[in-house]
Design a protein around this ligand. Sequence first.
Ligand SMILES: C[S@@+](CC[C@H](N)C(=O)[O-])C[C@H]1O[C@@H](n2cnc3c(N)ncnc32)[C@H](O)[C@@H]1O
Length: 364
Amino acid sequence: MDRIVEGKARIYSYKSEKISSEMPVFYNPVMTENRTISIIIARSFFSRPIRALFPLAASGIRPIRFILEGVDLKEVYINDLNPRAVGLIKKNIKLNRIDNSNITITREDARILMLKERNFDYVDIDPFGAPNPFIEPALNAVKHKGLLAVTATDLSSLAGSYPSTCKWKYWAIPIRNHLKHEAGLRILIRKIQLIAAQHEKALIPILCYYSKHYYRCFFQVLKSKNKALRIINNHRYLKYNPDTSYELIDEQCGNTYGPLWAGLLGDRETLRRAVDLSGEYEDKNISRLLSLMLEDVSLNIPFFYDTSALLSAGVIEKQPRIDSVINALRENKFHAFRTIFSSTGFKTNARIRDIKRILSQLLV
Ligand SMILES: C[S@@+](CC[C@H](N)C(=O)[O-])C[C@H]1O[C@@H](n2cnc3c(N)ncnc32)[C@H](O)[C@@H]1O
């Protein structure tokens, strides 16, 4: 076994040549970012002590970091179906000298556990691949005004490599170009919102983002028929044009994708606090991601343009630097900012004809 330090936690973890679900107990160092952002969001969202449930906990690194890194917890449930994981969780709690008087460790199928145990303020669904089997039980376990956190790593279906899989798993048509990750994330959001709506629950995005190989969504859960209906009324289709322009429309027709969530990807107040808290972690990628998401949510411009895509579509003849594009758009009094969804992408309220004019001036 290896000893690993992540954030303020030290844990034992099994050695493995390759990160996969075949590991004796799963631990992926790449998901440090996912865990750190979860801590930041929990701290930013809640202003009182919370009951938290980690039904798919593996080594226990996530709840251990929540405990050590300032999330105000009054009770913690940690669970995994793998008996070796449960043994390791107990060992890792001891290793970090954590008082376990308010910690319950179980070995159950997460779906059954979440049907039995309820009234959690925070439930963290972090599965292998698709989160689908766990959503309905998780909605039972999280209480009104609580936070549901969901990871999805099956990007191949959501981002368009396997459109038919996306159709049966997520009830939507994915797009396979530069917009694929924003569309994939919004398809995932809509699917989870639909499952909640049938239980008269509205899921309000607090932060939904894409990074590396995963999508992650934090939703506030509200028990309200009217709010659930308002959410559903914001599910729309993405229409994509050959010049790379796009619109959100209500009917399916040629070149349409989705349906998908057309609303905000986060909550401005929570994200403001999150950006401040991210300063405590020396991770520039996390600060950048949260700052860009704050900008996204503040200006609320779904989808974006992309200099590579504009070049491929023949809309521009040379590819300008992304910073100069943003500056030029702003000089022309448009909103413009970078996006987490593409390194060559920019979000703007300018229309394609203005973009074309401004970029052609920039490139002379
Ligand atoms: C991706 S890992 C979780 C990683 C962990 N949350 C972290 O941050 O390191 C998924 C975990 O879910 C567990 N698991 C899979 N299906 C389960 C089920 N039905 N009930 C409970 N645990 C399950 C696996 O044993 C595995 O440890």
